[in-house]
Design a protein around this ligand. Structure first.
Ligand SMILES: O=C(O)CCC(=O)C(=O)O
Length: 265
């Protein structure tokens, strides 16, 4: 085998191992600069035209001003303008988000990490920590969740970091190994609202550059502080599940259920 192909395969094997050991990993592949640029521009276009958007498109956005001030260190709603925290169903704004989930890199990462070829998309969103006040995200597990889930923990999240992230910009933090509990235990902890909420400094920050992809196990504890830097921190979050595991939960987006199959040879 050509040595570069072997190196790429080795790096992917290492990432799969890290994902199963720690509950998260950086995925060793990069998107084309062109696609990355178009995703950044599409996100910027949504952020910069909020007031001009029709009501039904504004309804897909979660605004900082409507969320708790504690999540952004007490900064008042009147000081955050139209800053967006989450863009829901972004492919309704621009088809480039659909192009992203159909790239071989995304399908290959999900397939290797879930150990499954036949995959279904659950949702896409863009999670934004605005410079200086973008909110912190409390410790949580994605499984179970009331909105987009499966009966068992048969999904993952891939996060494409449009701007990269570091400690000051609110990099996602993880508790390595915290995914090692049964589905029933995770459900019980969520029902009782007593999952571990360690001090933020005990977690490991995953810092990375522009265009990097981070995989999140559905049961790993993760969260992250505010963005106190002057740089944006925008992540495209993609939840993908095994197609054999029907979606549960109350929400469906325009892309929910889309199959991501291996192309025919
Ligand atoms: O954007 C992040 O830092 C993490 C997003 C997240 O926690 C999630 O999608 O569950």
């Amino acid at each position: 085998m050509h040595s570069m192909v072997r190196q790429a395969n080795d790096a992917r094997d290492q990432a799969v191992l890290a994902y199963h050991q720690d509950g998260y990993t950086a995925w060793p592949a990069s998107l084309s600069q062109d696609l990355l640029h178009r995703l950044g521009s599409a996100t910027h276009a949504i952020q910069s035209q909020v007031a001009a958007l029709p009501q039904e498109m504004q309804a897909l956005l979660a605004f900082e001003r409507d969320l708790s001030t504690t999540g952004r260190g007490g900064i008042d709603a009147k000081d955050v303008g139209d800053a967006i925290f989450i863009i829901g169903d972004p492919s309704r704004f621009d088809p480039v988000f659909l192009e992203l989930v159909q790239t071989p890199i995304i399908r290959q990462a999900a397939s290797a990490l879930l150990g499954c070829e036949d995959l279904a998309l659950h949702f896409i969103n863009v999670t934004i920590k605005h410079p200086r006040f973008g909110r912190g995200i409390g410790w949580h597990r994605d499984y179970p969740n009331p909105s987009y889930c499966t009966e068992h923990a048969d999904f993952l999240r891939l996060m494409l970091c449009l701007d990269g992230m570091d400690e000051t910009s609110g990099a996602t933090r993880f508790i390595p190994g915290s995914h090692m509990l049964s589905d029933a235990q995770a459900v019980e902890e969520k029902t009782q609202r007593n999952w571990p909420k360690p001090s933020p400094s005990t977690g490991c920050a995953l810092t990375c550059g522009t265009g990097h992809i981070v995989a999140i196990h559905p049961k790993v504890l993760h969260g992250g502080p505010m963005n106190t830097s002057s740089r944006p921190r925008r992540n495209i979050v993609i939840q993908i599940g095994k197609a054999s595991a029907p979606m549960t939960g109350t929400e469906r987006d325009s892309v929910s259920g889309l199959r991501l199959r291996r192309p025919l040879p």
